[in-house]
Design a protein around this ligand. Structure first.
Ligand code: AVJ
Ligand code: FE
Length: 416
């Protein structure tokens, strides 16, 4: 095996194991539940990530490959119309079978088939699909924690995923702005390392002078916005946002619990006092935008964000899933600007194809591009993103009312 193949195998094994290790604090019952239409049961994530390797690699490239179970194509295909029908997403939580044990057997069967099949590891055409499968599974590790948090929050006993004994005692610092000169820049990925098909080609952009915050907005700052009556002030809101907060009766970020005059916050380590110094999290695009308007600022565009933070380091200090905090932290000392890790940052950019961008060939072309309408781009990764998964050019995307992902807010502004 070449060095590249050995690394790929190591990464495959590490990521497959990490997914299962994230379920250690859970009971089997925990893994069956789906709350609402956005989340999926943990057992489904375990199976779907496995199906991805089976469908796009084993069934496609291995002559005489025998499927683990013929029915899994229907059950564990998420949204690939070109490979066949799939079970309705909102009903994923209605099934107890195949059970978790059976799904773990499915995982082992697929892992063995990928790893024991030399024709796969030696075929360069398949390497990029293995990389895609690994990166896909890392996305689902984050989705699993998002879904577990939402599931537990909707349970009146507010279960704890895992207790964390030692949060560092950082406090926030005054917000400063970094000024960036306008002009021609390049954004997007051009390297040989793995990247999704929505991140390239690298291309020129023209920016006006702008300024961008050197940290995320905090709970304390967001509380000022709330206490200023901003959820009742239509002048601050986009029309769709105003309809949405009133229809859904939204008066605070997700996971805030009003207790008299104070707020508690639910995190994966359970319910606790809202820490005013923590970055404000679990905001919709509408709330992020309204806050920026109230503050006399705006959200950055994705181009501005990338130009501003292109050279931010990704070290052990940035707060990713490996730190096992599963919540964002105040900025002092752990990360210069919080650009990488902590929280996904809403940008004011619509999720659109880059110039000359093309979807991948074949059915995996359905991975990203078909979602390019009605969604906004978020940048920088979060405290539940795997460190090795993120890049400065990485584009996450959600519709503007979603807030169960670990989203946050950074301010930007025009410079006269
Ligand atoms: C990039 C997080 C929006 O959740 O649909 C998972 C990730 N893509 N499987 C999503 C994804 C295919 C995607 N997001
Ligand atoms: Fe998926």
């Amino acid at each position: 095996m070449t060095e590249y193949q050995m690394k790929l195998v190591d990464k495959f094994i590490a990521v497959r194991n990490k997914t299962v290790s994230l379920t250690e604090p859970l009971t089997v019952e925990d893994m069956l539940v789906q709350v609402g239409n956005d989340t999926s049961p943990v057992r489904w994530h375990l199976a779907h990530t496995t199906w991805f390797f089976e469908k796009f690699i084993l069934s496609t490239f291995v002559k005489g490959y025998k499927k683990f179970n013929e029915k899994y194509d229907y059950l564990f295909n998420s949204y690939y119309e070109t490979v066949g029908n799939f079970f309705p997403k909102n009903l994923r939580g209605t099934q107890s079978r195949p059970g978790v044990d059976e799904i773990l057997k499915y995982r082992k069967y697929i892992d063995d088939n990928i790893l024991r099949n030399e024709s796969i590891l030696e075929n360069p055409a398949i390497h990029s699909l293995i990389e895609l499968g690994i990166n896909h599974e890392q996305q689902h590790q984050e989705l699993m924690l998002m879904d577990i948090k939402f599931n537990f929050f909707n349970n009146p006993i507010l279960p704890v995923y895992t207790k964390i004994s030692k949060f560092p005692k950082y406090s926030s610092r005054p917000l400063k702005y970094k000024r960036i000169k306008g002009g021609e820049y390049e954004i997007g990925s051009s390297g040989n390392e793995f990247k999704f098909d929505n991140e390239y080609p690298r291309h020129k952009v023209y920016l006006e002078d702008f300024e961008i915050g050197d940290r995320l907005v905090t709970n304390k700052e967001y509380l000022e916005f709330m206490r200023d009556g901003c959820y009742e002030n239509p002048k601050l809101w986009l029309s769709d946002g105003w309809s949405w907060i009133n229809r859904e009766n939204i008066r605070s970020p997700l996971y805030w619990i009003k207790e008299g005059d104070y707020y508690s916050q639910f995190n994966l380590d359970g319910k606790g006092k809202l820490n005013p110094e923590d970055p404000v999290s679990h905001l919709s695009y509408y709330e992020a935008d309204a806050y920026a308007t109230w503050a006399g600022k705006r959200l950055p565009t994705e181009e501005e964000w990338e130009v501003a933070f292109m050279n931010e380091p990704i070290t052990k200090n940035e707060n990713f899933i490996e730190n096992n905090f599963f919540k964002p932290l105040p900025p002092c000392s752990h990360s210069a600007t919080q650009a990488m890790g902590d929280l996904w940052e809403w940008t004011r950019s619509a999720y659109l194809p880059y110039p000359r961008s093309k979807p991948l060939e074949g059915s995996v072309g359905e991975y990203n591009h078909k979602f390019m309408s009605g969604q906004m781009v978020l940048r920088g990764g979060s405290c539940v993103t795997p460190r090795e998964h993120i890049r400065h050019t990485y584009r996450n995307f959600f519709t503007p009312e979603k807030r169960w992902m670990f989203s946050g807010l950074r301010l930007a502004g025009d410079v006269e």
